[in-house]
Design a protein around this ligand. Structure first.
Ligand SMILES: Nc1ncnc2c1ncn2[C@@H]1O[C@H](COP(=O)(O)OP(=O)(O)O)[C@@H](O)[C@H]1O
Ligand SMILES: [Mg+2]
Length: 369
């Protein structure tokens, strides 16, 4: 089930402020595996402005979490990270973890998919929520307690007083995620990174948690929201980056992306997702094949073997992100983008031939846009 509300503007008045808070340039992360180095993230660039909500979407394994952890400085020591991560004018890459923690201080925090593993099972939740305050030097016990209760109420935890002394196992999954969000927000971060914050929760709770995050965003907090759920991205972000196999393959203002997706992968993701707004018998079309992570250097477009539009050029050359005249803010890494004359011609010729340059068979009745 998917959340398909329309995007709501933050604060209700026009564009978000234009000042850049997070500026990630050419970020790569490599791990050593038994089969040689694996580039989990391969040269991505992302920008988040103050008050802006950026969504990262993509299938499992595309590098979303690794990218987020690189920003937070939470990768294992064996990861090799290159590029630039500028937060509010400070370069974070190259700082050791302690320096980074001090520098980021309370400014950036993160919420994870599974609230149970993020919480300490033997520490009372009140203490876990207030940890950030104490870590950053608040010693006034009464003030810490007040701030903790206030934050619990803001994230919708009923009976806050009584629950201060509860343990995580005494609470439902939705309440536990609220505890995690309260802990992440108590120091008033300028940027919240939420990595699939609602994936483990049922639909009603999912919506409530997203509402809490949306409310918090109204105070000017920026957010990086990672989700594989396009409906969530559509209704809760201002801008979206689509990742595939370690790369950003398309990025645009959210409404733009959903109105005119250009990359065949983005189109495929949209077709493979159920939407509440769809007619009851709308057929869902899975993207053929699966994302394959090769250890060695790759040639051509990484999506070519799964792409109904693939041409010989796509097998030779890896496309870079480019924009066209129709929207300078909408970039895609594809030589034959959907909804353009030459992109549709490429698809039509593959359909007529019944196959693509990569040998994928293209059934004639499939995908009509
Ligand atoms: N610590 C690690 N060591 C080796 N490989 C990793 C590690 N963390 C993630 N990866 C690999 O990096 C790729 C991207 O993972 P991830 O960012 O978790 O994907 P996503 O969050 O998009 O589902 C995957 O192929 C994953 O197996
Ligand atoms: Mg992930």
């Amino acid at each position: 089930m998917v959340d398909t509300e329309r995007p709501e503007p933050l604060s209700g008045s026009g564009d978000p402020p234009r000042d850049l808070l997070l500026d990630v340039k050419d970020l790569s992360v490599e791990f050593d595996t038994g089969h040689g180095p694996l580039r989990a993230v391969d040269g991505i660039s992302l920008q988040i402005r103050t008050g802006e909500r950026l969504g990262i979407v993509g299938e499992s394994g595309s590098g979303k979490s690794v990218a987020a952890r690189a920003v937070m400085g939470l990768l294992p020591r064996t990861a090799r990270t290159t590029g630039q991560i500028d937060f509010a004018g400070t370069e974070l890459l190259g700082l050791d973890p302690n320096q980074r923690r001090t520098l980021l201080g309370a400014d950036v925090s993160m919420v994870f998919q599974d609230p149970m593993t993020a919480l300490n099972p033997v520490v009372r939740v009140g203490r876990q929520i207030s940890e950030g305050l104490r870590f950053h030097g608040s010693n006034d016990r009464q003030a810490v307690r007040e701030a903790t209760l206030e934050m619990m109420r803001r994230v919708g935890i009923p009976d806050a007083e009584a629950r201060l002394r509860a343990y995580p196992f005494e609470m439902s999954g939705g309440m536990r995620q609220r505890i995690c969000i309260a802990a992440a927000l108590i120091c008033g971060p300028r940027l919240l990174i939420a990595d699939e914050p609602t994936t483990a929760l049922d639909v009603t709770i999912q919506r409530q948690i997203l509402d809490v995050l949306t409310d918090m965003g109204r105070g000017g907090m920026s957010m990086l929201l990672i989700t594989h759920n396009l409906g969530v991205a559509a209704s809760r972000t201002d801008r979206v980056a689509v990742m595939y196999s370690g790369r950003v393959v398309e990025t645009a203002p959210t409404a733009d992306l959903f109105r005119t997706p250009r990359h065949p992968y983005t189109v495929g993701l949209m077709r493979s997702m159920p939407r509440l707004a769809d007619a009851p018998h709308t057929r869902l079309v899975a993207i053929p094949g699966r994302q394959v992570r090769s250890a060695g250097p790759t040639q051509g477009c990484r999506f070519a073997d799964r792409c109904a539009s693939a041409q010989p050029k796509c097998l030779r050359i890896e496309p870079d992100l480019t924009t066209d005249d129709s929207s300078p803010d909408h970039a895609y890494a594809c030589f034959f983008p959907r909804g353009t004359a030459h992109g549709e011609a490429a698809l039509a010729s593959n359909r007529a031939a019944g196959t693509t340059a990569a040998g994928l068979s293209v059934p004639e009745e499939e995908v009509s846009s």
